[in-house]
Design a binder for this molecule. Structure first.
Ligand SMILES: [Mg+2]
Length: 225
């Protein structure tokens, strides 16, 4: 019985893969590095984000010394472009279904709470989530060198006394499948986000989906069959 759906934000609920690639390319060219394609972005994107930038050509020592500047510059380019991003197809339909069935929904993200809140309000999705589990502000740089959203979700689940098999983790990267597998949650991986389908398949998610809409049936099957 699914009682909580834990959604990743970037690339999962927000359709921003190309936007993130474009913002990354502005940073890369600013530092004299070669811009990447969307395919390369999907092949390389990883958390912590340091791993990703180094794979794109940053010298590790240079990155460590300049990580804050790189972070600020990315935000400067990314945030105005994110204001134009739409939700992934079927997001609203799925969220409406969960609300109607009184199934909880949270966002667990490596992004920043105020930035997510801003987009949720713009997209009129702010009433669908119990909580946003993410970095409290742009002054929190933890995502550069560590993975941190896993613990935030685990704490939330503990606080709400949920069993692992009552949780469905939905994400567009290897990270959310790894977290789900680690803790015994159901896992749904969505293609067309920040990772290639091949990378997602490697981790054998319970459900490999192409649109969020298909999770309505998935949740119905788990809860009522
Ligand atoms: Mg994502």
């Amino acid at each position: 019985m699914i009682k909580l759906v834990a959604f990743d934000w970037n690339g999962t609920l927000l359709s921003d893969s190309l936007t993130a690639t474009n913002a990354d390319n502005k940073v890369l060219t600013e530092f004299g590095l070669k811009p990447i394609t969307l395919q390369k972005f999907r092949e390389c994107f990883d958390m912590p984000i340091q791993k990703y930038w180094v794979s794109l050509g940053f010298d590790e020592k240079f990155f460590l010394a300049n990580s804050k500047t790189i972070h600020w510059n990315f935000n400067k380019y990314y945030e105005p472009m994110a204001d134009k991003c739409r939700t992934r197809a079927g997001a609203r339909e799925l969220l409406k279904y969960l609300k109607q069935e009184k199934i909880g929904a949270v966002i667990y993200s490596n992004h920043i709470i105020p930035a997510i809140e801003k987009q949720l309000k713009r997209l009129k999705l702010n009433n669908y989530f119990e909580q946003i589990l993410a970095r409290p502000s742009e002054h929190d740089f933890s995502h550069m060198h560590n993975r941190s959203k896993e613990q935030k979700l685990v704490d939330y689940i503990k606080k709400h006394k949920l069993k692992p098999e009552e949780v469905l983790s939905v994400g567009d990267t290897e990270e959310e499948i790894e977290i789900g597998k680690q803790h015994g949650f159901y896992t749904a991986a969505i293609t067309g986000g920040y990772n290639t389908a091949a990378r997602l398949k490697k981790h054998k998610p319970d459900f490999l989906i192409h649109t969020l809409r298909s999770l309505v049936t998935t949740v119905k099957n788990i809860n009522y069959l």
